[in-house]
Design a binder for this molecule. Sequence first.
Ligand SMILES: [Zn+2]
Ligand SMILES: [Zn+2]
Length: 138
Amino acid sequence: MSQPLTGGCQCGSVRYEVPAEMATAAKCHCRECQKATGTGALTAAVYPEGDVKVMGETKTYKYTADSGNEVTHQFCPNCGSRLFLKSPSGLPGLTLVLAGSLDDSSTVKPQFVVFASRRPAWDNDDPSVPHHAGMPTG
Ligand SMILES: [Zn+2]
Ligand SMILES: [Zn+2]
């Protein structure tokens, strides 16, 4: 058994623990993810909901994605770091952990890229993984 991974927000008020083995990891270039992170993409480690143990208070921000699915971001109310996102209709039973919040994110390897058509020229991806212009269905 590998040691669990730990992570948290920038100020340390919110900490979390997840298993070393993630279901998958992905990178999304949609405009919502760009606005949420202030960067060219949101890179996330994907876990079954119950695998993410959160210590500390988070606030939530809800929005409706282009797909029509409601997405909830969880963030630290003190420093504003985005930490997790969920979408019960779009990604049932899963929690996406924003990869940069992990204390050691070296094991995160995005397996695919979504909304590649929105990628800004200054944010490059690994060309060897599948790229989807939008959100793949099914
Ligand atoms: Zn914080
Ligand atoms: Zn996105």
